[in-house]
Design a protein around this ligand. Structure first.
Ligand code: PLP
Length: 476
């Protein structure tokens, strides 16, 4: 029953492909953002009390129609938003295949091909960051938050061997770790989940360039040591969420080496730019990180959810996560292989790596380099257009994350928020605001979509200029 009748199933697959195709062809014509009409959505769900079954096509069309109507269209070329990309066609095909074959990535012997594909990708991606493929290890995660959580756990297990058995209560001194004021809040959540509490996370101020200030970092570590705490980890961000800023990895690596701290780089977004030779300098020192978070579902355009935790220590994950589970298959116990569940927060896990594997298999590193280079150039074009329309750029990064304020109202957070509201309401583009260095609000536009062109950038700037005019008129 659940597989439907043969004819019905064939119709379903055809309609599915038709709806996906239609979406990708029509998305540039849609409003980028939906009406936030909760009442109508709830009304539409009333037809689903699950007492009587609907036809497969009716149910599928309902879902596709509502998704088309009620989502911010990240695949739209004028989505200048958070790091959500348009997905690759190969990624969509891979995820469909994975749903059908439904591999379970807990026991290696259940899915030797899937497990080895992921291990192959971990080595390949690790090498791009400068890790030795012989010793690099890692795991696919649901996203950056899970990868950061994994980093916190591996750092705790590495620096406090007693943590695994006795947890935080077994530690003689209170642990603390360090990240910039602009570091991602998933680290704060992870601090709660690990039982450290948020006070263990020490926010370090940024300098005028919005990068973590290494002297302030060293000072905070020293002061914590003096007051009896146990510093154990520093998190550098490679591509901050708000402003695309890459913290200085080399000086942070030095501090970590001197202080014997675990060094984690949160490269969830910006990690993709290590593929460009011309940006290598920006990332100098990232290969010294003990672990790296990298989200392929951001700049590599892989459909969600596809994060990665990478480490240069072959035992870090096993030492943190291995547990004995008698009921798990033992078929491969004589082989030199790793059961994925001994390696990760998740137990039974989806085959996340296939969408990365098939996208890379078809487009190769070269294809990605071309797209990323084009997006970096479009970021520069956006800066140029904004400057000539009297907007002032307030972040300095080679990545295509552009933060700006109106040249004559640079201090007004309310003005920036009003501009963003109007641009979104116009349906022409999606942008947001960002709080930089913990204090200054700017308008933020990020080029993360491989379909975005110079014309789309111009559409955004026109929408911004119009929103500014309207805001000024409304205020006068
Ligand atoms: C720098 C950084 N780290 C971590 C995350 C969390 O990633 P995810 O949403 O994939 O869990 C984000 C999300 O934007 C991010 O920008």
């Amino acid at each position: 029953m659940f597989l439907l009748e043969d004819g019905e199933r064939a119709e379903l697959w055809n309609r599915l492909i038709e709806r996906i195709e239609r979406y990708f062809r029509s998305v540039p014509e849609l409003r980028v953002s939906p009406p936030l009409d909760r009442e109508r959505i709830l009304e539409s769900l009333k037809a689903f009390d699950f007492r009587n079954g609907k036809s497969p096509l009716e149910a599928l069309d309902f879902a596709a129609d509502q998704l088309e109507r009620y989502q911010v269209h990240a695949p739209h070329p004028c989505y200048f938003g958070l790091f959500n990309p348009a997905p690759t066609a190969m990624g969509i095909a891979a995820d469909t295949l994975v749903a059908a074959f439904n591999p379970q990535l807990a026991a290696w012997s259940h899915n030797p091909f899937a497990s080895e594909v992921e291990a192959h990708l971990i080595r390949a991606m690790g090498a791009r960051f400068g890790y030795d493929p012989q010793t690099a290890d890692g795991v696919f995660t649901a996203g950056g938050a899970e990868a950061n959580h994994t980093a916190l756990l591996t750092a705790l297990a590495s620096r406090f061997p007693e943590f695994r058995e006795h947890g935080i209560h077994g530690l003689a001194r209170k642990p603390s770790f360090y990240l910039s004021v602009d570091g991602h809040d998933s680290m704060i959540k992870a601090a709660r989940l690990c039982g450290l509490g948020t006070e263990a996370a020490r926010r370090i101020p940024v300098a005028g360039d919005l990068k973590i200030d290494p002297r302030a970092l060293a000072g905070a570590i020293e002061s914590d040591r003096r007051s009896g705490r146990a510093p154990f980890l520093v998190v550098a961000t490679a591509g901050s969420t708000g402003a695309g800023i890459v913290d200085p990895h080399e000086p942070i690596a030095e501090i970590c080496a001197r202080e014997n701290l675990w060094f984690h780089s949160d490269a969830a977004y910006g990690g993709a730019a290590v593929l460009l030779d011309e940006l290598k300098d920006e990332y100098r020192g990232i290969g010294r990180a003990d672990s790296i978070t990298f989200d392929t579902h951001k700049w590599l355009s892989i459909p969600m959810a596809a994060g990665m935790y990478l480490t240069r220590h072959s035992n870090a994950l096993i030492d943190t996560f291995r547990v004995a589970a008698d009921y798990m298959p033992q078929d491969a116990s004589g082989m030199q292989v790793t059961d994925p569940f001994t390696h990760s927060i998740q137990w039974s896990r989806r085959f996340i790596g296939l969408k990365v594997f098939l996208s890379l298999a078809v487009h190769g590193w070269k294809g990605y380099e071309t797209i990323i280079r084009r997006q970096v150039a479009l970021g520069n074009y956006l800066r140029e257009c904004l400057r000539s329309a009297e907007w002032t750029i307030v972040n300095d990064t080679p990545l295509p994350v552009v933060c700006f304020v109106d040249s004559f109202r640079s201090e007004s957070a309310g003005f920036a928020a009003e501009i963003v509201r109007r641009v979104i309401a116009s349906g022409k583009a999606w942008i947001s605001t960002a709080l930089l260095g913990g204090e200054k609000t700017a308008i933020r536009a990020c080029i993360n979509n491989f379909r975005t062109s110079r014309e789309d950038v111009e559409t955004l700037v026109e929408a911004l200029n119009k929103a500014r005019e309207e805001t000024e008129t409304a205020r006068n």
